[in-house]
Design a protein. Structure first.
Length: 345
């Protein structure tokens, strides 16, 4: 991989100027979102040159044709490369060696980006010694279920909105960022994304960067608008995969990535113990009742608060409350299943 800037002797890692950006993104059947994705790229206020690499995983819905037509209308430099395996990690790894930018900005075609997204990524990277920079996710839905899932995600109880409790700009080191923008040196230090991971490849990569002495910097001014799954079944499957593949990352590096990741499986284990025990033991019924009451209280309070903050109608509250166990139970079951499969292998 080449870079358009040579680092002068004595320069600190990551402090060279950024003159050119490379956008890399995987794509698979994104016909419903590709026009918005291209519009967002065309509307960026970053003043330097930008090249775009889209790794298509075998789309069958016309995504490639729509992408090329939209890019031509917008005057964007877009290169479509094949990703026959179809996994995100393979698509990113196919794009990285082709990139010539001083910063590689990983995007997702399913999300939306404000006009200052690329500029802020470049500014934060240029002003810091971080090898990876990124921001926060703003869940945004259109259908009632997508909007309810967005409300649930956008709260501390849902596990995503824990950095959104303040309107002030916050910049701090983090274990993970949304998507991320990467100095080429990050890949030179630790290699590419792990192609054995269907999910959690971003978390695993930033873990390797931090273990190699690199900095991962989160800046809340950098925002991504994310459209969640439109059904609870889809949400459950997504979070089950997050939990399942997290085990692969933990086993590879022999460490727990964060304390947050252990709460859902602990909740699932408590239910597995308390529900059958409650049939025979009165004290188990009391403990189970208290735990479920506390969970219900948290779902109501955080769901109501998120609905009010986002200006959504109150009738969404039951759906928001259903989204919380879809997150927590699916992730916890997935993680436990991952450990069981690993133990039996």
């Amino acid at each position: 991989m080449s870079s358009s800037v040579e680092r002068a002797p004595g320069d600190a890692p990551g402090t060279q100027k950024i003159h050119r950006l490379s956008v890399i993104a995987p794509m698979l059947n994104e016909a419903a979102h590709i026009e918005g994705f291209v519009d967002d790229l065309a509307s960026q206020d970053y003043s330097g040159p930008v090249e775009v690499f889209i790794a298509d995983g075998g789309s069958t819905d016309g995504s490639v044709e729509l992408l090329r037509a939209a890019a031509e209308r917008a005057g964007l430099d877009v290169t479509v490369i094949p990703n026959p395996v179809g996994w995100v990690s393979h698509g990113l790894n196919a794009s990285i060696p082709l990139a010539t930018g001083d910063l590689l900005v990983r995007l997702d075609c399913h999300s939306r980006y404000p006009p200052d997204y690329l500029r802020l990524c470049a500014e934060v990277a240029e002003q810091s010694d971080a090898l990876v920079v990124g921001g926060i996710m703003i869940p945004t839905g259109r259908t009632p279920t997508e909007r309810a899932v967005s409300c649930a995600m956008d709260s501390a109880f849902g596990g995503v909105g824990w950095m959104r409790e303040t309107n002030d700009a916050v910049q701090r080191e983090s274990d993970v960022v949304t998507y991320g923008a990467f100095r080429p040196e990050a890949f030179e230090r630790v290699g590419l994304f792990d192609e054995s991971l269907l999910r959690d490849q971003d978390d695993e990569f930033t873990l390797r960067v931090r273990r190699a002495g690199g900095k991962v910097l989160l800046d809340t001014r950098i925002k991504v608008s994310y459209t969640p799954r439109g059904s609870f079944r889809g949400v459950f499957r997504q979070y089950f995969q997050y939990g399942y593949w997290k085990v692969r990352v933990m086993r590879k590096h022999r460490q727990v990535l964060s304390g947050r990741s252990l709460v859902p499986p602990a909740f699932v284990l408590s239910l597995l113990v308390l529900v059958p025990a409650a049939i025979f033991l009165p004290f188990a019924r009391v403990i189970l009742g208290l735990e479920l009451a506390a969970y219900l209280f948290g779902a109501i309070v955080f769901g109501f608060r998120s609905i009010r903050q986002r200006g959504e109608p109150l009738w969404l509250l039951p759906r928001v409350m259903l989204a919380y166990p879809a997150f927590h139970l699916a992730y916890g079951i997935g993680l436990l299943w991952g450990f069981l499969r690993a133990g039996s292998a």
